[in-house]
Write a protein that binds this ligand. Structure first.
Ligand code: PMP
Length: 445
């Protein structure tokens, strides 16, 4: 037996990948998997695309790497302009990075530098949600509200003021409006207690990802956050690392609700899994202030390199050329209907929620009380393993924050067709039927 030099996570041995095409992957033993979560919600256009390969090799033939302070490069300029257009000009400045965590770090630091430049150095707090996920580097982890990841590092990250976000599945209030108002009131209280003029920004995922199983916000909530930021003079940062670049059926998720942030982070799907590229999009005057104060004291070596940007540009152009946002919406509706039918089959599926091709399913021991399964049952891992045996990849998590429990994401590539969506649902259905037997014995125990 060969031992692997690599270490990522404790868990069962993994198959070795052989190749991929479209929404499918094959391992070296010939087993086929439908990629029902686009890798880590990143391989948004499927595998083996000739157009992206061609754009990458054409760029490699010219030049792979140049440093951002030595040369402008055409793909970076073009991708920057495309991103600005995707915000309909609301955010006019772009700072490239290579990952979601880097995008979030950049947002936090730019926001802080904006205020120090303006003579407001007392602003040192970020406000973020529990649960939430904003990345694994220390700054991004500080604003993350996800207990298992935070715990080992809590006393060496700068942290943030953690507030609850809306939870329309478990809300104790009778109606959504009262729920949103209460959540916003709690947020206001936390800000006032800390001192309104000490807050740099509120950071929020418009559609939750890994930490919440696609939990949604609504227009009233985002409008409320916008109003709080305007009142206290702090910035609003939307983390669209996972839900941006078309995943929810619009270029950016915030466009569903029409509330515009001051800064926006995106990554994952921007390079469509072919090369790492992420971006921080910014309100122009924020950048102008920081630049007038001597420039942004921040940067990463690979930021905005030509190969990364040529890849991102090819991905964005493919989404445009092939009208893939329409497919995200059409297949999203089909997926929603199918997931809801599966929910009707099993009372331990508590909630189905999402937008576009970003769907979460939450599993509950008791559908009335919405109590989670015992943590040691590891249902999130079980459902993922069973799906994999059935030839379907899904993205699992267990949230220990708040009362939520096991959930998983279904988020196939934007290119999935109608028959492939049927196949995805069949394979998921078989995995859930098998899980049903395990759930029955858990409930009997
Ligand atoms: N923010 C959000 C909302 C994310 O979903 C992720 C990744 N899951 C990150 C930040 C961090 O991105 P990365 O893993 O590329 O560093």
């Amino acid at each position: 037996m060969t031992t692997s030099p690599l270490f990522y996570q404790a868990g069962p041995a993994m198959p070795e990948v052989s190749h991929g095409q479209g929404v499918f992957l094959w391992d070296t033993r010939g087993k086929e998997y439908l990629d029902g979560c686009s890798g880590a919600i990143s391989c948004n256009l499927g595998h083996g695309r000739q157009d992206i390969r061609d754009a990458m090799t054409a760029q490699l033939d010219r030049v792979a790497f140049t440093y951002r302070t030595q040369f402008e490069n055409a793909p970076a300029m073009a991708l920057g302009n495309a991103l600005v257009e995707m915000t309909e000009g609301a955010l006019k400045k772009v700072f490239f990075v290579s990952s979601g965590s880097e995008a979030v770090e950049s947002a936090l630091k730019l926001a802080r530098q904006y205020f120090t430049t303006r003579g407001e150095p007392q602003r040192r707090h970020f406000v973020s949600l529990r649960p939430s996920y904003h990345g694994s580097t220390l700054g991004a982890l500080g604003v993350t509200g996800y207990q298992p990841l935070e715990a080992p590092f809590a006393d060496i990250t700068s942290g943030s003021l953690k507030v609850p976000g809306p939870d329309f599945y478990r809300r104790p209030e009778a109606d959504r409006e009262t729920h949103v108002r209460r959540v916003l009131d709690e947020t206001r209280e936390r800000i006032e207690t800390a001192g309104g003029d000490t807050v740099i920004a509120i950071v929020v995922e418009p559609v939750g990802g890994a930490s919440t199983g696609a939990r949604l916000v609504d227009r009233a909530y985002l409008k409320g956050l916008r109003a709080l930021c305007d009142e206290f003079g702090c910035l609003l940062i939307f983390d669209e690392v996972l839900c941006g670049v078309g995943r929810t059926g619009r270029w950016f998720a915030y466009q569903h609700w029409g509330v515009v942030p001051d800064l926006l982070t995106t990554a994952k799907g921007l390079g469509a899994g072919y090369y790492p590229v992420g971006a921080l999009l910014c309100r122009e005057d924020i950048v102008e202030t920081v630049m007038a104060g001597g420039g942004f004291q921040h940067g990463h070596t690979y930021a905005g390199n030509p190969l990364a940007c040529a890849t991102g540009l090819a991905a964005v152009e493919a989404i445009r050329r092939e009208g893939l946002l329409d497919n995200v919406n059409a297949r999203g509706r089909q997926l929603q209907r199918g997931l809801e039918a599966l929910k009707a089959r099993h009372d331990w599926i508590g909630d189905v929620r999402g937008l576009g091709l970003l769907w979460g399913m939450e599993l509950v021991m008791d559908p009335v009380g919405k109590t989670p399964f015992p943590a040691d049952a590891n249902l999130f891992a079980r459902v993922t393993a069973l799906a994999k045996e059935e030839g379907l990849l899904i993205y699992p998590r267990r949230t220990l924050d708040g009362r939520a429990g096991d959930h998983f994401l279904v988020s196939p590539p934007f290119t999935i067709d109608e028959d492939e969506t049927v196949l995805l649902l069949e394979r998921l259905g078989r995995a859930l039927d098998r899980l049903d037997r395990e759930v029955a014995s858990l409930r009997d125990a």
